[in-house]
Design a protein around this ligand. Sequence first.
Ligand SMILES: Cc1cc2nc3c(=O)[nH]c(=O)nc-3n(C[C@H](O)[C@H](O)[C@H](O)COP(=O)(O)OP(=O)(O)OC[C@H]3O[C@@H](n4cnc5c(N)ncnc54)[C@H](O)[C@@H]3O)c2cc1C
Length: 504
Amino acid sequence: MSSQHPDHDIVIVGGGSAGCVLAARLTEDGTTRVLLLEAGPATLPEAVAYPPAWPSLAASEAAWGDRTVPQEASGAPVPLPRGKGLGGSSAINAMVFARGHRTSYDAWSAHGAKGWTYDDLLPYFQRTETATSGAPGRGTSGPLTVGPATQPNDVLLACLDGAVETGHRRAVDISGGLEEGFAPVDLNVVAGRRQSAADAYLAPALDRPNLDVVTGATAHRLIFEGTRCVGVEYGADGQTHTARAAAEVVLTAGTIGSASILQRSGIGSDDDLGAAGVDVFHRLPGVGRNLHDHPRANLVYQVQRPVPTPRNNHGEILGLLRSTPDADGPDVQIIFIDIPLPNAVAPVQNGFTIGISPMRPVSRGSLRISSADPYAAPVIDPRYFTAEEDVRAVLSGITTARRIAWSDALATWGIEEISPGLSAVDEKSLAEHARRNFGSYCHPVGTCLMGEDEMSVVDSELRVRGLDGLRVADGSVIPAIPSNNTNATVYAIAERAAELLLRS
Ligand SMILES: Cc1cc2nc3c(=O)[nH]c(=O)nc-3n(C[C@H](O)[C@H](O)[C@H](O)COP(=O)(O)OP(=O)(O)OC[C@H]3O[C@@H](n4cnc5c(N)ncnc54)[C@H](O)[C@@H]3O)c2cc1C
């Protein structure tokens, strides 16, 4: 497809969680002409549909294969998978579906974003989902069918019992954004199969005559007439094409993709663009800054009783906690995982893992393109655990997780801690364990910060500041990461973006 005249009103770049929502919602009226461009394929590996297989997908053709630069905390690069193909990261993720706790959205206004509190987002959260739990405040007729695992793994149920035995609250609905404590979390699994954004939103819209989808289409850069964005230059089948938009271009290429496209188009800071050899078209120093993510440290256990074969997403039960009583909301997540994850101490055949993650990390890093080449890997530096607050939060979570592991509920399983092992008891060794052995929880956000100050990239209506006809509407606009896994929040942002676009 190559065109000089707009065949479409809106061009959406990136067919992941947010892009699928937008493509579906914007074409519901039957009149708005939409083009969705996606770099990856339309058809993904079979394993995508089978929930326990998700860890294998990060190294498949359904992912980009990104790594961070060596991290100050560990001296090593960290794999940072993101999805590539229709559904994007929702097609390879771990299928946990949860809103952040309501308190974590309060920080969104720090740079001036208006109207993005939990209460403001609530109708959009509800619009996304049909929650089988029927819990108060949850959606009842959205495209995503979400609910707790129907047959949770016995070892994870024992962990839940251990949490309650050691004094923690048994939450009713830990996915709803209002509770603290431990509970089975909602999953994007329907009748034993993953439900991605492409399954729930895009597939039912594909037959609409006002929606075109082009896969294998990598956006190179944006096209401007004056300060108005009028289209996208992209590569497909070894050729360069142009897609023009009569109304707007919307970037939904994710936290790594959207900021990279802006930078390749000359939108960013003088330093980043200069280093990549790209001329500055529009100075916006915040592009690529504010990159942050949830790092996750693991405790790995061996047990004598055979752990039942995993049937779901491995992480069916989690808890949200405060690291200190005076925290203004939960800032640590503990997730129970029904396989022993690889660790640096010794291989474990039969066991499980407890993952601990600071939910409101203070560490901030950056993303920048390495060159003007749209196919070159970007330079990703989240600077995990460079803020002491994040180390303190994870230490508090490790102490709590160990108490749960030593509960009577787990004693009957014949449990032994393999990593880090019980020789690590003092804070120094545990902090060292977290800093050296963490991984990404794969929730990067923030590189196109929403706000109204000089570091913000989009305004409160997701319009790129200082330009016309261009919005960003994915995880990259999140100013401060919500205190839970990020996908539910991205869906809500996209639902709201669709409304903003249709209203303008
Ligand atoms: C392995 C993994 C596990 C995760 N587990 C969970 C979980 O259990 N629960 C949870 O809530 N969250 C989880 N997440 C995070 C969650 O999936 C993301 O926050 C969310 O999907 C981000 O949505 P998005 O629309 O911002 O980006 P994405 O869904 O990543 O979509 C971006 C899309 O843009 C495309 N794209 C990028 N660049 C270009 C370009 N130049 N041209 C054209 N297309 C482009 C990509 O191929 C991709 O399809 C996980 C993520 C990963 C990777």
